[in-house]
Design a protein. Sequence first.
Length: 501
Amino acid sequence: MLVVENITKKFPGVVALNNVCLEIEAGKVTAIIGENGAGKSTLMKILSGVYHDFNGRIIFKDQQVKFSNPKEAQEKGIAIIHQELNLIPYLTVTENIFLGRELVTKWGMLDKKAMRLKTKSLLEKLKLNIDPNTLVSELKVGQQQVVEIAKALLVRSDVIIMDEPTSAISEAEVEVLFEIINDLKLEGKAVVYISHKLDELFKIADKYIVLRDGKMIEAGEMKGMSHDAIIQKMVGREINLMRKNELCAVKGEVFKVENLCMKHPEKVNENFLHNISFEVNRGEIVGIFGLMGAGRTELLESIFGMHSKCTLGEIFVDQKQIKSRTPAEAIKAGLALVPEDRKKDGLVLGLNVKTNISLTTLNEIEAAGLLNNRKEVALAKKYIGDLQIKTPSEKQPAGNLSGGNQQKIVLAKWLATKPKVLMLDEPTRGIDINAKNEIYKLILKLADEGMGIIVVSSELPEILAISDRVLVMAEGRLTAEYSIAEATENKILNSAIPKTK
């Protein structure tokens, strides 16, 4: 259905794609795999009309095509679900889904009722129970991801490109998406699927195509492929995934929260978080797991002072209570938060790598009110090396880098503050297996050096791989606590599923 011939795409200082050739078949799911920076997202943006300045040819249904913009690609029959959410925060869910393809009445007016009903139907199909008139800015990242999927499903496309569609959604929503993908296959559609969650690829993909350093390395059938073989093809060498083999020796408490409550932002006299208490010891990694809506992100944000007006409870760092509940006070006390949404909350995309990394430590790298460029460059180069950030230089705009490398910059920015407690909200979302391994190594190293670490993740294997202790949340409550020795996927999932009253 779709043929790519000798596609080359260059950015300043970077060859993102180098003579890439591949074929996408109808009625099949083709997995595009590769590390961050391999060129996957760039290729998909070319196919969907986001980038139109490139060399090479695209043959779609036996005809050469070149799209000037995504709308042209959609009208031809190619839709994309982007890894980085492309929603307008201050429009409603309905307005986002129908943007640029609005329904009108016979009098030429917007048919708001028809659009709202269609949106409601799409959301029900995806099992997302929200009002179509809700502003996108009021949704969590996982809910926004489902809206992005709904946008792509609105148009009856022949090729549907899914770039990390499950990076922020729960297992139940993943299963719903897989059912929809199987329906699309039966209709003869071609699905292009990009994911760093390799287990998903073995469940859903028929074929694979490997990209490495902007080149097409290999293509073949998924049947008969092993997990290790796929990883080796991605990175060109064997990767042994890091695991925490030894429990941390208890070195004393570094952090404690007591009876943390957060009022519900919409429901009067109701709490969103209910009397949460736990502690973290020096050198300990505490994993927090919960399904979408459990309150994991809100918990970390409340600890960091982001909801002080509606939060009650006591927070202690090194047995000293944080009295003024603001992010500035939290940072001063030794807390750091790597947020779930790097694009919105973690980075200034228009600034370069160097500036983003140094934003949290301006007081330390200035003299007489002026930034010390030498110190700023040295700081950036240290973390570019330590975290293996793929960038031509520290002067590259953060917005030009892949999602995984952007995440590493956010991590670097907070590590530069030398925190006592590091809170990580989905730290490996949208990061390939090799980069994920590097971040695991870094987390374990920081724990060995005595830092207290809290990791929120929707990936159970990740929680089990690096945690000393696992806390489980459901509906704003802590429902279970397991030592890593007694934690299993079944136990954790059972505790994470809300109990019917």
